[in-house]
Design a protein around this ligand. Structure first.
Ligand SMILES: NC(=O)c1ccc[n+]([C@@H]2O[C@H](COP(=O)([O-])OP(=O)(O)OC[C@H]3O[C@@H](n4cnc5c(N)ncnc54)[C@H](OP(=O)(O)O)[C@@H]3O)[C@@H](O)[C@H]2O)c1
Length: 339
C-alpha cells in the first residue's frame, strides 16, 4: 500500500482564496488495475485557471467538487506500472493534481525525456502555458515585422513566451509587469524592448509614450486597469487574443467605475478590431507537434528564455497559489514535491 498526501477543496472562496479553502488529507492508494500506473509527484504546476475550478460559476470546464483533490498538471516518476508503455523510473507529464502520489491511467500520461530539457519545463515554457502563448499569438495575434505588441503578466510563462515569440517574428515587444524587479528581468533576461510597471501611478502615460505608432497586438492576460490603458491606443485592424483576465479572478462584484461597454463596442467598430477569446485546447490537435519542435529549437538557440519560481514542498502549495493571484510569483510557479 502507498500513502498519498493530498490537498482537497474545503470550501469555495468568495473573493481571494484563503488557506482555509484547502484541506490536507492522507489516503491509501488502491492497487493497480490493468492499464494503470502508480506515480510519485515530483513537480506540481500552479496556474491561474485553478481559481476558476474552485468556483461553481458556469465556465468552460467543470469545477472541482468540495472534498475533491485540487486539479493540476504534474511531472511524476513511475513507481509501478501495469501499462506496457511505461516502466518503473520513467518520468511522465500527468494531470494527477495536488497530491504526493496517485494512480493514473497510462493513456493519460506523456513520457518525458529528462536529457532533452529540465523536466519542470513540461509544466511551463514547453507545456500548457508555452503552448497557450504559441497558439494564441500565432493563430490570433498574427504578429508581422515592425508591428508593436503589448502583453502583461509578462514575466509569467504565457507572457514571457508571447513577448519573445513576437520578437522572433520581427515585432516590437512591450512587457508589463508588477514592480521594478520584474521589469528589470523583462529587459535584461527576456529581451523585451520596453518594460513598464503597471503599479506606477502614471502607468497609462508611460504606456502611451512607449508606443508612438500605436499598438497592433494586445495579448490580453489580465484585463483591469491594464486593459483600460491599452484599448485607447489600439490601431485600426489591431488583434486582441483574449487569453485571461486575472485581474477579475478574485472579484466578487461588478468593477468600479462607469459602464465601459458602449465605448468598448464603439472602439471595436470604429477601429475594426479583432477581439477573439480562446482556450488553448482548441489548437492542441493541429499545433502541438509544431509547438514542441519550434519552441524546443528556439530554447536551444537561446532565442527563448524562461523564468521559474520553484516553491519547496506540497505543504506550501496553497500559500503559493494565493500569491500567484496577487503577483507574488516571479516566473512559472511550480511546487517541488519530491526529489
Ligand atoms: N486561454 C487559455 O487557454 C489560457 C491558458 C493558460 C493561461 N491562461 C491565462 O494566461 C494568463 C497568464 O497566465 P500565467 O500562467 O502565465 O500566469 P503568471 O503570469 O505566472 O501569473 C499571474 C500573474 O498575473 C499578474 N497579475 C495578477 N493580478 C493582476 C492584476 N490585478 N493586474 C495585472 N496583473 C495581475 C501577476 O503578475 P505581475 O506581478 O507582473 O502583475 C501574476 O504574477 C492568466 O490570465 C491565465 O488565466 C489562459
Amino acid at each position: 500500500m502507498v500513502e498519498s498526501t493530498r490537498i482537497v477543496l474545503a470550501s469555495r472562496p468568495v473573493g481571494a482564496p484563503t488557506p482555509a479553502d484547502f484541506r490536507f488529507e492522507t489516503t491509501e492508494l488502491p492497487p493497480l488495475e490493468d492499464g494503470q500506473v502508480l506515480l510519485r509527484t515530483l513537480y506540481l504546476s500552479l496556474d491561474p485557471y485553478m481559481r476558476g475550478r474552485m468556483s461553481d460559476a458556469e465556465s468552460y470546464a467543470k469545477p472541482v467538487e468540495l472534498g475533491q483533490v485540487m486539479v493540476g498538471a504534474t511531472v511524476a516518476e513511475v513507481l509501478d506500472s501495469r501499462d506496457s508503455g511505461f516502466a518503473k523510473g520513467d518520468v511522465v507529464l500527468a494531470y494527477s493534481g495536488w497530491q504526493s502520489a496517485a494512480v493514473a491511467s497510462g493513456s493519460s500520461l506523456r513520457k518525458l525525456d529528462p536529457d532533452k530539457a529540465p523536466i519542470s519545463t513540461a509544466l511551463g515554457v514547453l507545456g500548457m502555458p508555452g503552448f497557450t502563448a504559441y497558439s494564441g499569438l500565432l493563430q490570433i495575434g498574427q504578429p508581422q515585422e515592425g508591428e508593436t505588441l503589448v502583453v502583461a503578466a509578462a514575466t509569467g510563462p504565457v507572457g514571457a513566451t508571447v513577448g519573445q515569440l513576437a520578437k522572433i517574428k520581427g515585432a516590437r515587444a512591450i512587457g508589463i509587469a508588477g514592480g521594478p524587479k520584474k521589469c528589470a528581468a523583462l529587459r535584461d533576461e527576456l529581451g523585451f524592448d520596453v518594460a513598464l510597471d503597471h503599479r506606477a501611478p502614471d502607468f497609462a502615460d508611460q504606456l502611451r509614450a512607449a508606443v508612438p505608432d500605436g499598438i497592433d497586438i494586445y495579448f490580453e492576460n489580465v484585463g483591469g486597469h491594464v486593459a483600460d490603458a491599452v484599448y485607447p491606443l489600439l490601431n485600426t485592424y489591431a488583434r486582441v487574443p483574449v487569453c485571461g483576465m486575472i485581474a477579475n479572478y478574485n472579484a466578487s462584484g461588478k468593477p468600479a467605475g462607469p459602464d465601459r461597454f458602449p465605448s468598448f463596442y464603439g472602439r471595436i467598430l470604429t477601429k475594426s478590431l479583432t477581439i477573439r477569446g480562446f482556450i488553448q485546447t482548441e489548437f492542441v490537435r493541429e499545433l502541438y507537434p509544431d509547438f514542441l519542435r519550434e519552441v524546443s529549437g528556439w530554447i536551444a538557440e537561446g532565442r527563448i528564455r524562461y523564468l521559474e519560481d520553484v516553491v519547496e514542498g506540497l505543504d506550501n502549495a496553497p500559500e503559493a497559489f494565493i500569491g500567484l493571484l496577487e503577483g507574488r510569483n516571479f516566473g512559472k510557479l511550480v511546487v517541488k514535491v519530491a526529489d
